[in-house]
Ligand binder design. Structure first.
Ligand SMILES: C[S@@+](CC[C@H](N)C(=O)[O-])C[C@H]1O[C@@H](n2cnc3c(N)ncnc32)[C@H](O)[C@@H]1O
Length: 118
């Protein structure tokens, strides 16, 4: 598959900015995001520019170990606690974002699919 893959060993935000600057807006069928949960909203603004209308952006870990369905107080583990509120905020934002039709799939640690509408 090597001839089909272009690997950019770089900060993803630099790569996404360059793709946008180089005229790649609206040219991707699918984007998969599995980065720091605190950056998901920032990723969303950039990936939404890059994916074509009708294309899909997928975000991993949107159940965040089930913690999004727990109160903040109930979450014991540090790492989960640290990012829980970012994931809750991201999920709320996506659910209300008119630019996408979205579904949070309860597989693995939660996978949110967003289809760009316009
Ligand atoms: C959960 S892991 C990804 C695992 C990967 N999807 C896999 O299955 O092997 C998240 C990774 O994203 C990297 N990462 C987070 N933010 C990034 C960014 N802005 N640019 C590049 N890599 C980033 C982290 O360093 C970490 O290695």
């Amino acid at each position: 598959m090597q001839h089909k893959i272009e690997f950019f060993p770089s900060d993803a935000f630099l790569v996404l900015d360059d793709l946008i600057k180089n005229g790649e807006e609206g040219s991707f069928d699918f984007v998969f995001v599995d980065a720091y949960k605190s950056d998901y909203l920032k990723f969303h603004e950039l990936t939404l520019k890059l994916v074509k209308v009708g294309g899909i952006v997928a975000y991993d870990n949107t159940l965040w170990y089930g913690s999004v369905a727990q109160s903040e107080k109930e979450v014991a583990e540090d790492l989960i606690k640290r990012y829980r509120n970012f994931v809750v905020e991201f999920n709320s934002f996506i659910a209300a974002d008119p630019r996408v039709e979205s579904s949070l799939l309860s597989i693995g640690d939660g996978l949110t699919l967003c289809r760009r509408l316009y």
